[in-house]
Structures are given as structure tokens and as C-alpha cells.
Design a protein around this ligand. Structure first.
Ligand code: ADP
Ligand code: MG
Length: 696
């Protein structure tokens, strides 16, 4: 019991030489490598013997004996066909229970699986016409030696993710012997002491590691995973808190808001909501201080972020500096530009627009309300704005709208631009608490949790695509009352071109269905001028209906639009649907959103049900986080099937908060993170599941 982490695997007592050799062949030679080769899943193999096969949606694990095997061929193609192995529970089928394992187009399996073998199989048991099947199961072949050692069954068995050339049984066997011999003295804790009180009393890094390889109960296993998750969250928080402190130390400008913001507020055709006022005060307080502001303003769609941003920008202008507003798309930049002209020019300010598209076409095209003026106070544009050194002279504040399209790297770039402007980022969706603590953890947070009054309701229905004809009738009624509508065509992963084609087809169809109305078409393949024209026509009411791809997703504001149909809604995440839906319900009239899904898609129906239930973006994004993980909440598709569900743990605010506290404490004591132990924290648990933003 005195093995150290840097010991060689050949020194591990009991570990068979053939396994040491097999691992060495793939350059795995050190004890530490096995210790940190964490299982990605566990199977409860404590009581498998004699279990009878149960059809179920949930994969299960059985110990079986092969009674018969055979290949069936269907065509001439080599390898085409089906390899089947009939198996019975170990100890013999009591009531004739037989299960057929099937491998499609893998006739070579006949070289691996043979009659008389004992297997552990893992997969879903399906029933068809009274027979039971399991397709492409995970399997392990048992031999007497394995069973005697109780390494591969008879316990909560770890399952490891494999690399080429190394088998499941090799890793598991190595882990088994390594953990028997490893001395805990060689695994110091990384978390600071308070963590070992409360929930984790009695736990240590050593114990957590031992437990994930050799759990003796499900409860212990769960605790160990949470301990390792805490360690990892702590690692993220160290980076986030350090980044945050670095910004605060950088030294920025003090912007004192004067009468301009008040004048602006008084000129608005509405009263600001309480939440808007509160958020603005928080922002102005940050801006007045010498430390650079780094703040997130988030709130539901339509909660009125733009107005707050404009008011904040005036503070910078009054202190003699420029304020910039960056939007993720051209359409949105232009909309902000129009609003800025409407609201800010009367206050005597110069407003300029700069977008990247123009530059690509050859010349810098710049609209300024007073062309040639070198005093542009308010700059609006896409991120191309920041690269325009003629325009950007003396930046005091940068507002980044719909932040998740920008990302951490660009944010950092801004801050490094020599002078350190105040930064306000605004997101398209409300963000659950745990994410503001992690991914946005280096920002202070203001929340718009109140919708402006006098907003019409939004009624949402999920309907099968076959009901489209009825919906068309309804749309017609609304148009006849003078309202407008959006018809959104589907999300086609990674292909703007296919999306445009689908929208064009939709446009043709709907133009025929609505002969007495004007139907516009908007998609990503149009030039900037064309897009601008389409949007202008829709905004002014010249077109009644806008057929569009998801380019209208963010920020577009046309209060008279009260109907939205979303086609193939099953392809969207909840957060994204909520975003889209936020384009309606912006005026006084009741609005209607219909989510068309594939006929009989029960999964989509149940997933989208929450859209019918609520328009509360905070609830929807919590639900999204639970169901699909943080990637989706942040507007990115995420494939992660990691069984240690990142989302589940992240939804657990307590763990994230604890990690934050521990990180603050560590950095208080060790501001430059000089302790070598901190380098020991690795993103091991969630490697595949964690959003990129957290890895930076
Ligand atoms: P988002 O938060 O989604 O970016 P916007 O800033 O686009 O929302 O605001 C949505 C609409 O609500 C705009 O037309 C805006 O002028 C209007 N608005 C903003 N604040 C208020 C308010 N307090 N009362 C009424 N309307 C408001
Ligand atoms: Mg907006």
C-alpha cells in the first residue's frame, strides 16, 4: 500500500504482466494515467445472474451464455447481412427465456462470438412478435479468471471510454489493481479546506478517485462524482474570478452621467419599467467608478434592453467619450441605428453606422448624420466597427448586444485594446443563475425581470404540420384586421443555402395562399441592401407577411406583427423558439404563435409543451438547461451524451456557488495562483460536455 502516482504500472502488485504489456504498447505506463482515466459510466452488475430479460426503453445489463450463433446474408455485398447470437441467462433458461443479439452488416463478429461463451451484454431489449432482441449491444467476453477476481462483475462496475488498441478489460483490470495498492498520501487535496465540511465532510480527492473506480454503493458514487465536479467547477471559477479581478485592476474611465440621460428618459413615449430604472442605476454606478465596468444586462425578449443601453451610452458621451453599440447582424445594427437617430439626434448627438458587409464590397461606407464630422458620439455597427480606427477615436463604453454570438475571445480583445472601456453585454435570452455564475461569471449582472406594460398577450399552440391549412385561414383573418405576420422556415444545420431554398419555396406557396396581400422574403443569401429593403418594407407595413429564415431571430422589433408560424419547430431548441416568438407580442394586440411539428412527433410535442404553457423566458431557459445542457441555452447545438450530466450538476446551484466561494477564497490568499497544486485541476469530468467558453 505505498504506491505513488508516478510509479510504473509494472510495479503494481498483482497486475498481470500481459496487461502491463498491452497498455505499454499504447504508451500507458504510469499509475497516474490509470488513476485519472475516469470511468464515464457505471453498470450495476451486483445481481445480474439469473435475471430474466425485460423489454425496456432503458438499456440494461445481463450476464448471459451463448447457445447458438449464425450469419444471415441478404445481398451480395461483402459483409452485408446479419450476425445473430442466441443467448440465455447464466445458469440456463428457466422458462425458455432467450434473447437474440444482433449485429447488422458485421458478419465478421462470427470470429469473436462463439457458442458456450459467457458474456456481459449491455443494451436495450426490444420485443417483436414475441421474440426478444438486442441490437449492437456493448459486450464483454468473460473467462473464469475474470470472474474469480470479481473485477468485471459482481460489483458496481466502471465502464471506461476506450482508445484504439486498449480493451475495456485491460483498463478495468489495471484500475482495480492500481487502486488496491495506491497510497492516499500521494494524492493531496486541491480544494481548500472548507470544502471538506458540510456536504463533503469526510471526503477527499483520494477518496473520490478511489470511489469512482471502486464504488461500494450508489450513494458513495454519486458523492464522489459531485466531489470531482466541484473540483472542476472550482477550476473554472479560479479562471473566471481571476479574469474578473484583472479587469477591475486595469483602471478605466470614470463616466459621470449628467442631465443628458434624464432628458432622454423624459423624451421617451413611455415610462421606463422599475427593472429598467434599477438596471440603469446599477450601470451608471459602475460607469461612474474608475474601475472598468464589466456588466451583463439580461432579460426576456422585449423587456426593453435597448433603451437602457442608450441611456447608459449618454453617460460616456457626456464625459467626452464615444459610446459604441455592436450588434451581431446587419439588420439589427440598422434597426439600432434608426432608433438612435430617432431618439438621440434630437438631443444634439452625432450617430454613425458601420457594418462589415460594406467593407467587403470594396469601400468603407459610412453614414453619419453629419458626414465628415469628426465628432461621432454614438457608433453603431457589427463587430467590424471595432476594426475601424478612423471612426473609433476615444471609446468610453462598448455595448455588445445579444452577447452569445460574440463570445469570450472577442470580449477579451476589446479589453486589451490599449484603453479599457466600460463594457456592457446584453443577451438575447434570460440566463439561469448557475450560468451567470459560470460562463458569465466574470461579469456583474443586472436583470430585467419585468415586461413593459400595455403589451398584448401571446397565445402559443403546438400543431402537427398537417393542420397548416386551418392556420392559413387564421392568418388571413388577422391580416384582414390590419395585422402583420412572420412565417419562419426551418433551421437547416450549417446550411444557409438550403435554408434560403426552403424559405423561397415557402414564399412561393404562401404568395399563392394570400393573393391579396404582399409577402416579403428574407434570408441569409440576400445582400445587405436587399435585406435592408425587405426589412424596411415590412416595418413600414408595405409588406404584410414576412417569409423568413432564422435571420430574424434576434432583436427585430415590429409591434404590428401579431402572428408567427414556425415550420419544423422540432428542429429548434426551446431558447431559440422563445427568441423567435419574442418578435411578436410587442404591440397592444394579442399575438399568436403556432409551432408546426412533424405529424406524430410525440417527443417534440412533449418537449415544446412548455412553450404553450408560459412566455416566461427565465422558466424556459431553466427548462432548456435541464433538458439539453448549457450549449443549447447559449444558442449552440450540443451533442454531448456524457453520462455525467453536466447540465444536471450545473442546474445544482449549490455546487456552483460553493465552487465560486472556494475560488474567491483561494485568490484572496494566493492572488497569482502560484500554488503548483492548482495546475493539477483538469477538465476531466466534462471534457466533452462543457461549453467551450468555460475552457478558456
Ligand atoms: P429587447 O430587450 O428584446 O432588446 P427592445 O429593447 O427591442 O427589447 O424593446 C422592445 C420594445 O419595447 C421596443 O419597441 C421598445 O421601444 C419598447 N419599450 C422599451 N421599454 C419600454 C417601456 N418601459 N414601456 C413600453 N415600451 C417599451
Ligand atoms: Mg434587443
Amino acid at each position: 500500500m505505498s504506491l505513488a502516482l508516478d510509479a510504473s504500472l509494472s510495479d503494481v502488485p498483482g497486475l498481470p504482466a500481459r496487461i502491463v504489456k498491452a497498455l505499454a504498447k499504447e504508451q500507458v505506463t504510469q499509475v497516474a494515467e490509470i488513476v485519472w482515466w475516469l470511468p464515464f459510466r457505471h453498470e450495476d452488475r451486483r445481481q445480474m445472474d439469473g435475471a430474466s430479460f425485460q423489454p425496456s426503453e432503458i438499456p440494461a445489463c445481463y450476464q448471459v451464455q451463448v447457445c447458438k450463433t449464425g450469419n444471415k446474408f441478404f445481398g451480395r455485398r461483402r459483409g452485408a447481412g446479419l450476425f445473430e447470437a442466441q443467448v440465455e441467462p447464466i445458469g440456463g433458461a428457466i422458462m425458455g427465456e432467450l434473447l437474440t443479439l444482433r449485429w447488422w452488416n458485421m458478419s465478421f463478429m462470427s470470429r469473436t462470438i462463439a457458442e458456450g461463451q459467457r458474456l456481459i451484454v449491455y443494451g436495450r431489449v426490444k420485443e417483436n412478435k414475441g421474440r426478444l432482441f438486442m441490437d449492437h449491444p456493448e459486450y464483454e467476453i468473460l473467462n473464469d479468471e475474470d470472474e474469480a477476481a470479481h473485477i468485471h462483475s459482481g460489483r458496481i462496475t466502471p465502464v471506461y471510454r476506450l482508445r484504439a488498441g486498449i480493451t475495456q478489460k485491460s483498463v478495468r483490470t489495471a484500475a482495480w489493481y492500481v487502486l488496491q495498492a495506491l497510497s492516499e498520501d500521494f494524492i493531496p487535496d486541491v480544494l481548500p479546506t472548507p470544502s471538506t465540511q458540510g456536504e463533503f465532510a469526510g471526503w477527499s480527492r483520494a477518496r473520490a478517485l478511489r470511489t469512482v473506480h471502486m464504488a461500494s454503493s450508489q450513494e458513495d458514487l454519486e458523492k464522489a462524482r459531485r466531489y470531482l465536479a466541484l473540483e472542476e467547477f472550482y477550476g473554472y471559477q479560479l479562471r473566471v474570478v481571476r479574469r474578473r479581478r484583472a479587469v477591475l485592476d486595469a483602471g478605466g474611465h470614470a463616466h459621470q452621467a449628467g442631465s443628458l440621460a434624464q432628458e432622454f428618459e423624459a423624451s421617451l413615449p413611455f415610462q421606463m419599467t422599475g427593472a429598467q430604472k434599477r438596471s440603469l442605476e446599477e450601470i451608471q454606478r459602475d460607469m461612474a467608478s474608475n474601475a472598468p465596468m464589466n456588466r451583463l444586462l439580461h432579460g426576456d425578449v422585449g423587456s426593453g434592453k435597448t433603451v437602457v443601453a442608450f441611456a447608459a451610452m449618454l453617460g460616456a458621451v457626456e464625459s467626452g467619450r464615444q459610446a459604441a453599440l455592436m450588434a451581431p447582424t446587419q439588420i439589427l445594427a440598422e434597426q439600432h441605428f434608426n432608433n438612435a437617430r430617432k431618439w438621440l439626434e434630437p438631443l444634439g448627438l452625432n450617430v454613425a453606422l458601420r457594418t462589415g458587409n460594406r467593407l467587403e464590397e470594396g469601400g468603407v461606407e459610412l453614414w453619419s448624420t453629419k458626414k465628415g464630422s469628426d465628432r461621432n458620439h454614438i457608433l453603431i455597427g457589427t463587430h467590424a466597427l471595432l476594426h475601424d480606427e478612423n471612426l473609433v477615436k476615444n471609446l468610453g463604453l462598448v455595448v455588445i448586444d445579444e452577447q452569445h454570438k460574440f463570445g469570450v475571445a472577442q470580449r477579451a480583445r476589446l479589453i486589451q485594446k490599449g484603453n479599457t472601456p466600460d463594457v456592457l453585454v446584453m443577451t438575447a435570452t434570460p440566463i439561469p443563475r448557475t450560468l451567470t455564475l459560470t460562463i458569465y461569471g466574470d461579469l456583474d449582472v443586472s436583470t430585467l425581470d419585468e415586461r413593459p406594460k400595455e403589451r398584448g398577450k401571446i397565445i402559443t399552440k403546438v400543431r402537427p404540420a398537417s393542420k397548416q391549412a386551418e392556420a392559413a385561414k387564421f392568418l388571413l383573418e388577422q391580416l384582414e384586421q390590419g395585422r402583420q405576420g412572420y412565417l419562419v422556415f426551418p433551421l437547416i444545420e450549417e446550411s444557409e443555402k438550403l435554408e434560403a431554398t426552403a424559405a423561397k419555396k415557402g414564399h412561393e406557396e404562401w404568395s399563392k395562399l394570400l393573393p391579396h396581400f404582399q409577402v416579403g422574403l428574407l434570408h441569409g443569401k440576400l445582400s445587405a441592401e436587399e435585406k435592408d429593403l425587405v426589412m424596411r418594407d415590412f416595418r413600414s407595413g408595405k409588406t404584410d407577411v414576412l417569409v423568413s429564415t432564422t435571420v430574424i431571430e434576434v432583436g427585430v422589433d415590429v409591434p404590428n406583427a401579431t402572428v408567427m408560424f414556425i415550420h419544423n419547430a422540432e428542429r429548434f431548441g426551446l431558447a431559440q423558439l422563445h427568441q423567435l416568438r419574442g418578435r411578436i407580442g410587442r404591440g397592444e394586440h394579442t399575438s399568436y404563435c403556432v409551432l408546426f411539428i412533424k405529424d406524430k412527433d410525440e417527443e417534440a410535442k412533449s418537449r415544446l409543451a412548455i412553450m404553450e404553457e408560459t412566455t416566461d423566458g427565465f422558466r424556459i431557459s431553466e427548462e432548456d438547461l435541464k433538458r439539453r445542457g448549457p450549449g443549447d441555452v447559449l444558442g449552440r447545438a450540443q451533442s454531448g451524451q456524457a453520462p455525467l450530466k453536466f447540465a444536471e450538476l450545473l442546474a445544482n446551484t449549490r455546487l456552483v456557488r460553493l465552487a465560486r466561494q472556494l475560488a474567491e477564497k483561494t485568490l484572496d490568499e494566493d492572488p497569482r495562483l502560484e500554488s503548483p497544486r492548482l495546475a493539477e485541476i483538469r477538465p476531466f469530468v466534462f471534457q466533452e460536455d462543457a461549453p467551450q467558453a468555460m475552457m478558456q
